[in-house]
Design a protein around this ligand. Structure first.
Ligand code: SAM
Length: 215
């Protein structure tokens, strides 16, 4: 089991990107967001994609286990925030953004009733298979019907190297998100840009983008 809090303490955040995800820039338009709409970013870390959403004048709700990550997001982006403890969460608020610090599985529908869109980069694939099932079931339970989702995944021969990030195939996405309409927008082999996977003899690293909608 990955010790995420330790990763943050050790500053070993290998997944973090300092720039907006290029697939969000490429495919974000399919979400048909309007200014003022709310985007939910599960397992958000200190993702710069949240900053991008704010710059586009959307509202953001995040959930993240590590307070180091949450506080780093605000301080590194020069955003003033307040914090209050409510039940199981420390809730960090700033203009147009609220980040719940706590366990994703403790969120309920009342926390997310304003959400129009879910953005998942590095969240589903951060979890081992049993937790991915719980993650998808829980998401279905807590977001409003009609919610759109942009999901980024990768798939590779899991026997060659362990996760995270874990390998997730298209068949698994379809199975996990049975309560959603599911459309794969892109899938390509990026093995030439993945030396770590080449070194262990993996012959493909497929990266995929999906547009889902809760039925
Ligand atoms: C691989 S990182 C991805 C972060 C972010 N989505 C990004 O693209 O940078 C996974 C994050 O999920 C957080 N996390 C893991 N399990 C969690 C849980 N049950 N509830 C809330 N956050 C969790 C970890 O602390 C970590 O920051």
């Amino acid at each position: 089991m990955t010790d995420w809090l330790q990763h943050w303490k050790d500053d070993a955040t290998f997944w973090h990107m300092d720039t907006t995800n290029t697939k969000l820039l490429e495919f974000g338009a399919c979400l048909a967001l309007q200014k003022g709409d709310t985007v939910f970013v599960p397992l958000c870390g200190k993702s710069q994609d949240m900053r991008y959403f704010l710059e586009q004048q959307y509202k953001v709700i995040g959930i993240e286990l590590s307070s180091l990550a949450v506080e780093a997001f605000f301080t590194e982006n020069n955003i003033e925030y307040s914090m209050q403890k409510v039940e199981k969460f420390s809730i960090y608020d700033a203009q147009d953004i609220r980040i719940f610090c706590g366990d994703y599985f403790d969120l309920d529908a009342t926390h997310l009733n304003a959400v129009r869109v879910v953005y998942d980069r590095g969240s589903l694939i951060a979890l081992p298979a049993d937790l991915r099932v719980r993650y998808a079931q829980h998401l279905h339970a807590i977001i409003p019907s009609g919610c759109q989702m942009l999901l980024l995944t990768r798939n590779y021969p899991q026997s060659k190297i362990s996760g995270p990030p874990y390998a997730v195939s298209e068949a698994e996405v379809v199975q996990l998100f049975k309560g959603f309409k599911c459309k794969q927008l892109e899938c390509f082999d990026d093995i030439q840009n993945e030396p770590k996977y080449q070194q262990v003899g993996a012959d493909f690293v497929e990266k995929a983008v999906y547009n889902l909608q809760k039925i």
